[in-house]
Design a protein around this ligand. Sequence first.
Ligand code: PMV
Length: 324
Amino acid sequence: MVDDSGYDRQAADWSARMTASAPGKIILFGEHAVVYGRPALAVPVTEVRATASVQRSTDPGVWLEAPVIGLRAELSCLPQDHPLAAAVRSVFSTLDIETPPDCVIHVDSTIPVASGLGSGAAVSVAVIRALAAYLGHRLPDERVSALAYEIEKLHHGTPSGIDNTVITYAQPVYFVRGQAMERLQVGAPFTLVIGNSGIPAPTKESVGDVRRLWEADPPRWEKVFDQIADIVRRARELIENGAWRGLGKLMDTNHALLQELTVSSEALDRLVEAARRAGALGAKLSGGGRGGNMIALVERQNAPVVAEALLAAGATQTMITQVD
Ligand code: PMV
């Protein structure tokens, strides 16, 4: 049985199967600016999960199986920068395991890849926890998050650390790069519709392009990052006070600033517009942009209508999630 902390509560022994899982995530406000030291808000998305289980192998070696990406390979055959292999190696290294036991690490995930839902970080967190548990260790969250952060660097060079943080702690977070996790208190629950553009989000590329913009004119973009930081702080206050309806306007303004940063796209803008026309209180892209997901803030009873409108406007998938 997998509990809320993502751990299998069965006793750990060499013949036992150890399982851990981690949720997806969505960034509410502050993406991109967060790379430049500004705060951001992110929440777990528990409707989707990555799950890893580890058990004894009859074949010698450490086997990795991930059917969703068609992977079945022995650890030593995988390159150093393979994210899954790197997660496994990082656990052996942090626990000083020189001769790993013969085992199979099986990974499943319902989190769409490259969509801004944190699939890479969720897989890393699940693998790190399940393998550590199999080896008889329960790693503290801080350590799990730090290990997952190292793997995030393989996905894109300069991650802020927001994905591994929100996914490890599985709680709404107010995140500032390099600082300890701060829990975001949610005064009253609110509903989001997530729409997938169906186009993979090239996060590494969009983060790189923002970097080039910034290098060419730091004062201009610092001002934009400050405006985003201001939105994040106001959003935090509204969320904590249960005044979530006010978030709609902030989402619209944040989206406009992301457009200015060149990280939106025609498809994302179309979905954002469709959500607003269907009655959403506000909408914005979420994550790296240029593809991936957008989010819309809705009255709970209006969520299905907005989800339908998103599908009609070209979304390949929608999800309704409650932030609480
Ligand atoms: O595309 P995602 O959801 O993994 O998020 C990227 C968020 C950025 O702020 C653009 C980059 C980062 O590392 O924080």
